[in-house]
Design a protein around this ligand. Structure first.
Ligand SMILES: Cc1cc2nc3c(=O)[nH]c(=O)nc-3n(C[C@H](O)[C@H](O)[C@H](O)COP(=O)(O)O)c2cc1C
Length: 163
């Protein structure tokens, strides 16, 4: 059975909610196995066996989060040449920016020769103070819906074999 791998990291819950929404959208497609894995648990074998990917990360210090980077560091060369041409989408949860984390995800995906199925989606939580930044996040329903749509689009394309 074709599978979609969703890899995410989240410190205060925002990215996790985005990844879960994408998984919920993808699970509307019965002919697809959807795997939602925390970055720390995802291995190169998980990458190689999947037919498509959604990568979801917070932007921390103008970069993808450390554990998300660790996932790519551990899997990049083991999966290189085993994933050429497969589809992916990127989700970023940020305070006020997110562009650099998205750019980093896109560059790694380009290195793997993956093909984007949508523009990278950045959701800003608008937390500004240190206290607000460290609080648990609640992502707005409209933003979760956009994540869900990306999951559903990916799932439909994989199931139909058009990606
Ligand atoms: C150490 C740290 C650095 C951060 N740096 C940025 C940043 O460079 N740009 C930005 O837009 N948000 C930044 N943020 C805000 C987070 O992206 C935001 O809180 C987001 O909700 C984190 O996702 P999470 O809830 O999944 O952990 C930072 C947060 C932390 C804890």
């Amino acid at each position: 059975m074709m599978s979609l791998l969703i890899v995410y990291h989240s410190m205060t819950g925002g990215t996790r909610q985005m990844a879960e929404a994408a998984a919920a959208g993808a699970r509307s497609e019965a002919a697809l196995r959807v795997r939602l894995l925390p970055a720390a648990e995802a291995q190169a074998a998980d990458v190689i066996e999947a037919g498509g990917y959604i990568f979801a990360t917070p932007e921390n210090l103008a970069a993808m989060s450390g554990l998300m980077k660790d996932f790519f560091d551990r899997t990049y060369y083991a999966a290189l040449d085993g994933v050429n041409g497969r589809p992916y989408a990127a989700l970023v949860c940020a305070g006020s920016d997110g562009r650099n984390a998205a750019l980093q995800l896109e560059r790694i995906a380009t290195g793997w020769r993956l093909r984007p199925i949508a523009e990278s989606l950045i959701v800003c939580t608008h937390a500004q103070t240190p206290e607000a930044i460290l609080l648990p996040k609640i992502i707005a329903e409209a933003d979760l819906e956009r994540c869900k749509e990306i999951g559903a689009t990916m799932a439909a394309g994989l199931a139909l074999g058009i990606f």
